[in-house]
Design a binder for this molecule. Structure first.
Ligand code: KG4
Ligand code: ZN
Length: 344
């Protein structure tokens, strides 16, 4: 039996969680997430402010997670922490705190890749969300399409060439005068929009792209963002058009993601698709994917609190790495960018 504490500070959420596998399967004992609302006034995450906010939050957030798990620090067998990718100053706060805990508690420190955390998140909701599967990770910083034959083996099929899916939502939100982070606001607005008024072309979706061409799986959203910008500028009544533009944008982005994900599942003959990252909260994406692959493939999407950044997914991925025998040294660095461990 292992009880593991997870710590996540890669962006603007300070989060801690406790997982144990006493019942035979990993189960979540507690999860505390403190979102830094301060960034809304700047319309995006300000790295220096994020680091300082993590510094004031990290001790009470970890203490609360331990308490909610009805544990004490003495019950913790290992500390898992996000070390990459992310804002280095923000990562350093969680990492240094985790190093201090591991040293004083005399328990192993386990380094976790943030996107591997997103990959594991859904399995905490539903244990059937396990490999082999096709994975679509859509967050504020990354868009990754992966084939996952086993935990720890990740074949990168496609990625974004410019903006991440969440970033595209956030930028379009800004163009439409919506608050940051904008994904869920764009979704709400789009649900009231007319799908026929703004039909933006589907990025990187050409019927004749041959298999093997990188654009078969890659995505790109900057052109779509520019199309939205032009639609906003060209509108003579933005109040009338806002919801329709939001709908046109979301439909184009969703169509592209759905088609590429379905291609991946079909090529690798997977009967499961697992979604991860904040954009996985988006109903239109989930519903369209479910309809597209209906019958042959089961879709697993994380619950909202496990979709967006949280430490439960870090503890879960950390538990896998812990059983794999991985231990981070005390001079473990934090890195802004890094491929997934085991990525081919
Ligand atoms: O995974 P996440 O919490 O952070 C990163 O690791 O980047 O994802 C945050 C992103 C933001 O861009 C946010 O706008 C987007 O997820 N998001 C959504 C929705 N909820 C959150 N995008 C579209 N529809 C949503 N309902
Ligand atoms: Zn994330």
């Amino acid at each position: 039996m292992t009880r593991i504490l997870g710590i996540e500070t890669s962006c603007d959420e300070t989060s801690a969680a406790v997982i144990d596998d006493a019942s035979g399967a990993p189960s979540l004992l507690s999860l505390v997430i403190l979102s830094q609302d301060v960034h809304t006034i700047f319309g995006g995450v300000v790295p220096e402010i994020a680091s300082r906010a993590h510094l004031t939050a990290i001790v009470p957030v970890v203490r609360e997670a331990i308490a909610q798990a009805e544990s004490t620090l003495a019950d913790i067998d290992a500390v898992a922490v996000t070390t990459e990718p992310g804002l280095v100053g923000a990562l350093m706060v969680g990492l240094n705190y985790a190093k201090g805990l591991s040293l004083t508690l005399e328990v192993p420190l386990v380094a976790v890749h943030h996107m591997e955390g997103h990959l594991f998140a859904t399995s905490l909701d539903d244990p059937r969300a396990e490999p082999p599967f096709t994975a679509l990770l859509v967050s504020g910083g990354h868009t990754l399409l992966l084939d996952v034959p086993a935990w720890g083996e990740y074949k990168l099929l496609g990625a974004t060439r410019d903006d991440a899916a969440g970033e595209a939502f956030d930028k379009v939100a800004k163009l439409l005068g919506l608050p940051y982070p904008g994904g869920r606001h764009v979704e709400a607005l789009a649900s009231k929009g007319n799908p026929l008024r703004f039909r933006f072309s589907r990025p990187m979706l050409h019927r004749n792209t041959p298999i093997g061409d990188p654009s078969y799986f890659d995505v790109s959203f900057s052109g779509l963002k520019t199309a939205v910008l032009n639609a906003v500028r060209g509108s003579d009544d933005i109040e009338r058009d806002r919801a329709d533009i939001a709908r046109g944008f979301q439909d184009a982005l969703v169509d592209t993601l759905v088609e590429k994900t379905a291609r991946a599942a079909s090529m690798y003959r997977r009967d499961r698709i697992v979604l991860g990252g904040g954009v996985a909260c988006n109903r239109a994406l989930r519903d369209a994917l479910r309809v597209r692959v209906a019958g042959d493939v089961q879709l697993f999407a994380p619950s909202p609190r496990l979709a967006t950044d949280n430490a439960a997914m870090i503890a879960r991925a950390g538990l896998f790495r812990y059983y794999h025998g991985e231990r981070a040294p005390l001079d473990q660095p934090a890195r802004a960018t890094a491929p997934l461990p085991g990525q081919a």
